[in-house]
Design a protein around this ligand. Sequence first.
Ligand code: NDP
Length: 288
Amino acid sequence: QSTSLTLLGLGAMGTALAHAWLAAGHPLTVWNRTAARAEPLAARGASVAATAAEAVAANRLVVLCLLDDDSVGETLDGVDLTGKDVVNLTTGTPGQSRALAQRAADRGARLLDGGIMAVPPMIGVANSGGYVFYSGSRSLFDTHSRVLAVPTATRYVGEDPGHAALYDVALLSAMTGMFAGVSHAFALIRGEDIPPKDFAHLLAGWLTAMASSVYGMAGQLESGDYTTGVASNLAMQVAGSATLLRTAEEQGVSPELLSPYMALMERRVAEGHGDEGGAGIVDLLTRR
Ligand code: NDP
């Protein structure tokens, strides 16, 4: 028999999750602050609860997919969580996830935190490449692993309830840096006789080829030896920065996205580490 579950939050992501569970035949109770968003799901067989408390009471497994940590706090305020298996798919910080796990434990519930590495169109689609990081209660994950795997693939990353959020945010942060570089690249070619779509093809290929450099940096961080086997050391990269900055100037492009990273590389070289790879930058950034 299919596990029944409750879902709180029917935004773009929550709605996609709801459709996936309904399509797989799981009895689903939903609640959303703005009730009208539940109507299409009711038409597909979901039970619509009038309040969050009523929705939570309906099932042992309760999934939250709300805007942010504050909305989770507001929604669960005063709701009886005794004996519940709470899965929080709301994006937050590691600290917020750890605090929520503690609050859940204080109220008699187990908590599993999730970080969704997918966008709504990937949900419910087999082999989409998307997945959810999970951390926190291993026993909760084991109990519900099949129903949790319905919307997209799952990756359990340990008992620390903050780790799913940490992995999620670490990957999103790397992506942010990539988008910064991509924005700068498109700015450089703008106004030239270079079709952006042709250029995009080259850009995607180059970023894909460069992606494997993360393993080299990981090896340096693990061994503590930042110099052996480095293909492009910091001294060479700092020398090259001048060309990147001058090209930006020639093309009339602001260097503001590149400059902060270049400043860090320069600082590391000035401190006598020009023969290192990028791992030294991690040292400069780490305050603990
Ligand atoms: P939406 O903005 O589409 O929906 C937000 C949801 O939160 C709505 O159901 C909204 O209710 C509810 N909400 C907001 N504030 C409150 C509150 N104070 N009390 C109760 N409910 C509240 O967001 P998404 O569905 O896209 O995202 C949900 C979560 O999933 C977020 O944490 C997001 O980071 C994460 N996520 C989203 C991805 C995406 O691509 N969309 C990708 C990966 C993760 P109402 O309808 O009443 O406004």
